[in-house]
Design a protein around this ligand. Structure first.
Ligand SMILES: [Zn+2]
Length: 289
């Protein structure tokens, strides 16, 4: 199978659009360097697929963060992606998670937060309770509550050829158009039959043909999906400057340097006393101008 790609498609005879995404390499990169329990690995795969599908529905440039948080053993799980399909994600645990744990067992009393941040314009945040048994179901009820755009997500995760894989599809009624409820139901019935095996092994066009061979479907040029973390030394330095001088000095005295570590990609950024002096000079210069 080729690299990670997102395909958009449109039904000629219905006011419904679709998307299909596979995220193997991106998924591996998110799991690398983390020793997540199996149930958390699966959950991150589902969230990754969902976030990719959601960012592809954006009509502007920006990014979407899908975040689960609660008082359960899984404290936090977050996937962040943008309109260029650059994705990253991380999970934080505060207890044991046996394999086979359900979403509610992992998250406990919690909720799903969807944050949409346009490159220009107002940030929007939506919060939904964990009404559904899966991330897909929770997001479907979010769409029902917020945009009232009927939306269905079909997410598949699993092991194939000794590797964890994740893929999925989305159906959504086009905004400002009246898709017949029965038509949408009909397309949902067709799409829901998609098998993990098909999504993991077949080219997207083949999967779409198998599902919709009696329909007229236009498939657009695919978009690459990739792992990308936008952390940087400058961002770390900025974060350090939000602390008091005394706090920073104490950290330097204790360890000789400050080691900052990005949870998303594993990059270390270290700052010694000379670095700190340079950063302070730089920030005071910026304040003067
Ligand atoms: Zn990073």
């Amino acid at each position: 199978m080729a690299h990670d790609q997102l395909h958009r498609y449109l039904f000629e005879n219905y006011a419904v659009r679709g998307e299909l995404v596979t995220v193997n390499d991106t998924y591996q990169r998110i799991l690398t360097n983390h020793d997540y329990p199996a149930a958390v690995q699966t959950l991150l795969g589902e969230m990754l697929v969902a976030t990719s599908l959601l960012t592809a529905t954006l009509k502007f440039s920006g990014d979407i963060t899908v975040q689960l948080q609660g008082d359960g053993p899984l404290k936090l799980a977050v996937i962040n992606g943008n309109h260029r399909q650059q994705m990253r994600g991380v999970a934080r645990l505060q207890g044991d998670i046996p394999s086979g744990s359900s979403l509610k067992e992992m998250v406990g009393n919690g909720y799903l937060v969807i944050t949409i941040t346009p490159t220009e314009g107002e940030r929007y945040q939506g919060v939904v309770g964990l009404d559904g048994d899966t991330v897909a179901e929770c997001l479907e009820s979010y769409f029902q509550q917020s945009e009232q755009l009927p939306t269905r997500l079909f997410i598949r995760t699993g092991e194939h050829d000794g590797e964890l894989k994740a893929a999925g599809m989305l159906l959504q009624v086009l905004p400002a158009q009246d898709a017949d409820r029965h038509d949408f139901e009909h397309l949902t019935q067709l799409t829901t039959t998609v098998k993990a095996e098909e999504l993991f092994t077949l080219p997207a066009t083949e999967v779409l043909y198998r599902l919709y061979h009696q329909e007229e479907v236009t498939v657009y040029e695919p978009q690459d999906v990739e792992f990308h973390c936008h952390c940087s030394r400058d961002r770390c330095a900025n974060a350090l400057m939000t602390l008091s001088d005394q706090e920073v000095n104490e950290m330097i005295e204790q360890d000789g340097e400050i080691d900052m570590h990005c949870d998303y990609c594993g990059t270390h950024y270290s700052f010694n006393s000379l670095d700190i002096r340079a950063i302070r000079q730089e920030s005071s210069r910026n304040l003067l101008h």
